[in-house]
Design a protein around this ligand. Sequence first.
Ligand SMILES: C[S@@+](CC[C@H](N)C(=O)[O-])C[C@H]1O[C@@H](n2cnc3c(N)ncnc32)[C@H](O)[C@@H]1O
Length: 241
Amino acid sequence: MHDPVPYDDAYVRNLFDRMGTTYDLVNHVSSFGFCRWWRSTCVDLAEVRHGDLVCDLMAGGGECWGLILRRARSVVSIDFSEVMIGRQRRHQTRFGGRVEVRCENAMASSIPDQSVDVVVCAYGLKTLSPESLALLAREVARILKPGGRFSFIEVSSAAGWWAGPLYRFYLAKVIPVVGKLCLGDIECYRMLGRYTEAFGSCAGVVPHFEAAGLEPEMRSHFFGCATSIAGRKAGPGPRRE
Ligand SMILES: C[S@@+](CC[C@H](N)C(=O)[O-])C[C@H]1O[C@@H](n2cnc3c(N)ncnc32)[C@H](O)[C@@H]1O
């Protein structure tokens, strides 16, 4: 048994500050490209429409922006790691003024009430405590326009007799070694595996979203190695078909 994982903001921010320079490369190599596929699935499930304003929550280095901006008018991007925000600012220039970067806590952003059409978030859930997940759900409900859509995806603890043990081995052993080769630091990437185990799956997130007046639908991807929740905010807004 491991000790409980730390969820305080300072610890998590420092973890991503340390991983910031190698995060995307390690993710890509160690997931055999799956992380990009699931990110694209997450954006597809958001059903972004032409002209939408999309909030990319816990946006890292802006890995989702290219996918979102195939349709959306613009992105407002939130992250609290200074190193990740530095990457965002360098990446931002490619999108010609269509991305606004804000270094803020995703649970208490300065985004006005009911102002965004869609909220997207890839791989941001696992480092949040249950209390923060409840706050996040309320924040998503606050910033979304009525009828707006949301989509979250997260690496999850796979179930099943063969996928479960294999995936746990991969999270605990393979990712940290790739992290060490790229960053020289095995510990941060080992922590990501521990957060994933503690997170379980998006099943635990669904009740928080429902309690906030959202209508989440959970899906499982590749034998539960990732799970997602996507849906809409209840209300009189336009229902997307
Ligand atoms: C695993 S990375 C995901 C990055 C990106 N979305 C992607 O697709 O790879 C998680 C990001 O969430 C950010 N994050 C975690 N908790 C946060 C919070 N409470 N407020 C803002 N950003 C947060 C971290 O700084 C990190 O950049």
